[in-house]
Ligand binder design. Structure first.
Ligand SMILES: *[C@@H]1O[C@H](CO)[C@@H](O)[C@H](O)[C@H]1NC(C)=O
Ligand SMILES: *[C@@H]1O[C@H](CO)[C@@H](O)[C@H](O)[C@H]1NC(C)=O
Ligand SMILES: *[C@@H]1O[C@H](CO)[C@@H](O)[C@H](O)[C@H]1NC(C)=O
Ligand SMILES: *[C@@H]1O[C@H](CO)[C@@H](O)[C@H](O)[C@H]1NC(C)=O
Ligand SMILES: *[C@@H]1O[C@H](CO)[C@@H](O)[C@H](O)[C@H]1NC(C)=O
Ligand SMILES: *[C@@H]1O[C@H](CO)[C@@H](O)[C@H](O)[C@H]1NC(C)=O
Ligand SMILES: *[C@@H]1O[C@H](CO)[C@@H](O)[C@H](O)[C@H]1NC(C)=O
Ligand SMILES: *[C@@H]1O[C@H](CO)[C@@H](O)[C@H](O)[C@H]1NC(C)=O
Ligand SMILES: *[C@@H]1O[C@H](CO)[C@@H](O)[C@H](O)[C@H]1NC(C)=O
Ligand SMILES: CC(=O)N[C@H]1CO[C@H](CO)[C@@H](O)[C@@H]1O
Length: 448
């Protein structure tokens, strides 16, 4: 039985594996896409229902509805869904959240339309920080394979120009929300020009995202603020392997109740970098982040190597841009084998006074969110010219501060002087190991 199930899939995989790469891809030559007869045989051998979906021929067709219908009805369970077309038009919000044992093969582009007023009117809440989305995607045992050319394209430039650099605009949607998605694999897929965040996992566990290309780049004077690569929220056991991320905000962010998140063999271009947070935005709520391990990550022109951010201990305003007063604990956060190229600020950054309504950097000592067991090992490379600070660790006394921060094999130098970074500013850091803490200079705040 098992051999019957696996013989054909392996043969099919070998056709495409030779083309895998993290770089941007040219579209598959149509002759490389297996014909319908191949998929019919494959589906039959695996006892799957086949949905072979071609793009609508009429420019006004809404392929999103066709795709959703397949994933919700004919091909909801034990199915093989093949999207061999070059481009599909996504013109409505969709919900496909009860898939079970579905393989999706996407070779071309899913392109969202640019009708901002329509999308603002239908974007669906994600359940955190007023974030919203245009695709709820969930179920179990789903495998979505982009074969290196499959692409989700949010047509984000219209959104960047509309937002004009303003953050967290209500109802501005992220491209996709992996929602109650379990034991699933997303692989060899491109995500470009996201409308806001590229994606978030919520209430999801046991996911592998392997070989993922994200590029949200503005061609105008307006920035790509809020175009995070991925945010994990209320999720457990999420592995990110071979990611290549270009974006204008957090490349990877762990929000509240994220655990066992692993990031391997990845490259970031620009952006803030790895964010643990923000946390503690909801008054009186308890949140945790535990076990985040990153290994072999190259960071080019990012702001930091990692930054941990919480809101202050007193609530000031309401989400998405205000808040605070949340409590909790973050622990077992490990980065190893990291190479920096021109980090724009201190590689390690902790602060507990996040706020986007005018109180950023105020009330930094009151948060009741604490951190412990952080290890940064084998971090090398450069910060940008003139950046001499290794760390700004402003932990809040309110939660007891930060305990057990270990730094090993740290060899980052300032790009222009080639001098090792020697300044480590700390507040409420207990048991530092491998570095010498010094107090923040009283006259020089680090709010910016
Ligand atoms: C194939 O699938 C059908 C319906 O999903 C099921 O009834 C049948 O038992 C399956 N056959 C095998 C050999 O697994
Ligand atoms: C589209 O969005 C509206 C408003 O959020 C929602 O009521 C509706 O259920 C969504 N439709 C689908 C198919 O997800
Ligand atoms: C954010 O969500 C909260 C709770 O759902 C709501 O009270 C608030 O008005 C929303 N803010 C915006 C800017 O939409
Ligand atoms: C974590 O998820 C992976 C799939 O990505 C799975 O193979 C593994 O068993 C899961 N780990 C645990 C502890 O459940
Ligand atoms: C990202 O996209 C921009 C604009 O298309 C392009 O210039 C840049 O090379 C891309 N970056 C990467 C790393 O592929
Ligand atoms: C920027 O990108 C948009 C969307 O692809 C395109 O319509 C526009 O022509 C581009 N502008 C420039 C200056 O390249
Ligand atoms: C590190 O990651 C890069 C991809 O960014 C990969 O090419 C390389 O093989 C990885 N190194 C190791 C030791 O796994
Ligand atoms: C986060 O985890 C805490 C501790 O388990 C729990 O009390 C809280 O309800 C969780 N938050 C959400 C929104 O699930
Ligand atoms: C340190 O990290 C670099 C970059 O990933 C890697 O090439 C090197 O082997 C690592 N050193 C050790 C001792 O693991
Ligand atoms: C790398 C990549 O796919 N870049 C694309 C970004 O978006 C613009 C506008 O859609 C495309 O022209 C680029 O090719």
């Amino acid at each position: 039985m098992l051999s019957l199930f696996f013989v054909l899939p392996l043969a099919a995989a070998s056709i495409v594996n030779s083309q895998l790469s993290l770089l941007p891809h040219h579209p598959h030559p149509p002759e490389d896409i297996p014909p319908l007869s191949h998929w019919e045989d494959l589906a039959a051998s695996q006892n799957r229902t086949l949905c072979h979906i071609l793009p609508g021929q009429d420019g006004d067709d809404d392929d999103a509805k066709t795709i959703a219908s397949a994933l919700n009805h004919d091909c909801r369970t034990n199915a093989l869904v093949v999207l061999p077309g070059a481009q599909y038009t996504m013109a409505s919000n969709i919900t496909t959240t009860s898939m079970d044992n579905v393989h999706i093969e996407l070779y071309g582009r899913l392109l969202w339309t640019t009708d901002i007023d329509y999308w603002l009117s239908v974007s669906m809440p994600v359940g955190f920080q007023n974030q919203s989305t245009v695709w709820y995607f969930g179920g179990r045992h789903v495998r979505l394979d982009g074969h290196g050319t499959g692409e989700l394209n949010g047509n984000g430039q219209v959104w960047y120009d509309w937002a004009k650099g303003r953050g967290n605009l209500p109802h501005r949607p992220m491209m996709i929300n992996w929602r109650h998605l379990h034991a699933s694999v997303i692989t060899n897929l491109r995500f470009v020009q996201a409308q806001m965040w590229t994606m978030a996992t919520t209430w999801s566990h046991d996911l592998l995202f392997d070989t993922i290309y994200v590029n949200n780049t503005s061609n105008s004077s307006h920035s790509t603020l809020n175009t995070d690569g991925i945010d994990t929220i209320y999720s457990d056991n999420i592995t990110l392997r071979r990611w290549d991320v270009t974006c204008g905000d957090d490349n990877v962010a762990l929000k509240g109740n994220s655990s066992n998140v692993f990031l391997y063999d990845s490259v970031f271009h620009g952006g803030q970098v790895i964010a643990i947070g923000s946390l503690g935005q909801y008054n009186d709520a308890w949140e945790y982040v535990h076990t985040f391990h990153a290994r072999n990550v190259t960071m080019r022109d990012t702001r930091y190597a990692v930054y941990l951010k919480t809101w202050a201990g007193h609530q000031n305003g309401y989400p998405p841009n205000g808040g605070g007063g949340g409590r909790g604990h973050g622990q077992d956060i490990v980065l190893e084998d990291v190479v920096l190229h021109g980090a724009r600020t201190a590689p390690f950054w902790i602060w507990q006074c996040e706020n986007y309504e005018g109180d950023m950097g105020k009330d930094c000592d009151s948060s009741e969110f604490s951190f412990s067991d952080l290890r940064f090992s084998n971090v090398s490379g450069t910060t940008a010219d003139g950046v001499t600070l290794a760390a700004s660790l402003r932990c809040a006394a309110g939660g007891g501060g930060c305990t057990n921060i270990i730094v090993e094999d740290f060899s980052v130098v300032t790009a222009n002087t080639k001098k090792p970074l020697t300044e480590w500013y700390c507040a409420n850091v207990h048991n530092p190991s491998g570095f010498e803490c010094e107090p923040f200079p009283e006259d020089k705040g680090d709010d910016e």
